[in-house]
Write a protein that binds this ligand. Structure first.
Ligand code: PMT
Length: 223
């Protein structure tokens, strides 16, 4: 562990997509690469925090200097986060599937000539960010940071998520086609908290992570 201002701070970061199985060989996923969440976990660890990174399936190597828990589904991600509470800080950067497959098949779905295509039934997944934000003391972390990934009405939807999910900050980013946010190396973010909005210029995901870690350090009174 590095000796930095966040020494003694226990942090949990979620990152990457989740995979929701349709059958043993197929799944529903999304375009998250884990780059932003992993960069945040690394920036927090570099400042001395004791970090657990809970990651969905990504092709990135496990970052050094932290505990990495690899999961597949939203339910597994929720359980991994829950097991590690209490924590001082939780950052939810993962792109968690809103829905899981209700009629998951235990064997591979077979295509038979003349049969209609199968129907996939969806059921809501638990909301990890909301669960952590609304946890009772002493499980409620001092600071809970969520993200909002939107393709339209970015600030409106992000402000709505801050209010509805009960977190302390929302980091809003545009993931519309052509933005390059999913999988890219750069990001343009807006931080919304109870007092207002701070818009940062486009920068690398590593710089977003470092600036966010500094803002977190100040908010926790550790600067
Ligand atoms: O991984 P990259 O390729 O680097 O891309 C980065 C990113 C775009 C994935 C990242 O910056 C980002 O925006 N992450 C959140 C993506 C997302 O799912 O946003 P959302 O608006 O659908 O969800 C809002 C918040 O609730 C998020 O903090 C999310 O982690 C959380 N959530 C959502 C659903 C759910 N069931 N549980 C949750 O915890």
């Amino acid at each position: 562990l590095s000796d930095g201002p966040l020494k003694g701070v226990k942090a949990i970061v979620t990152s990457g997509p989740t995979h929701e199985a349709i059958d043993p060989v197929r799944f529903i996923a999304n375009r998250s690469s884990g780059k932003q969440g992993h960069a945040i976990a690394s920036a927090l660890a570099a400042m001395g925090a004791e970090v657990t990174l809970v990651s969905g399936p990504v092709s990135l190597a496990d970052p050094a200097g932290m505990t990495v828990v690899r999961v597949e589904s939203a339910l597994q991600m929720l359980n991994a986060v829950r097991q590690r509470l209490p924590a001082d800080l939780v950052v939810c950067a993962a792109a968690v599937a809103d829905w899981t497959v209700a009629n998951r098949a235990s064997e591979k779905r077979k295509k038979k000539a003349g049969d209609p295509p199968p129907t996939i039934q969806l059921a809501p997944n638990p909301d990890i960010l909301m669960t952590v934000s609304k946890a009772e003391a002493p499980l409620r972390p001092r600071l809970v940071v969520g993200f909002a990934a939107e393709t339209e009405k970015l600030m409106e939807h992000a402000a709505d998520k801050l209010a509805r999910k009960g977190c302390d900050w929302i980091v809003a980013n545009d993931v519309s086609e052509g933005s390059g946010t999913f999988g890219g190396d750069a990001n343009t973010v807006h931080i919304i908290d109870g007092t207002g909005t701070e818009s940062w210029p486009a920068m690398s995901k590593d710089d977003v992570a470092r600036n966010l870690a500094e803002r977190i350090t100040k908010a926790l009174g550790k600067a």
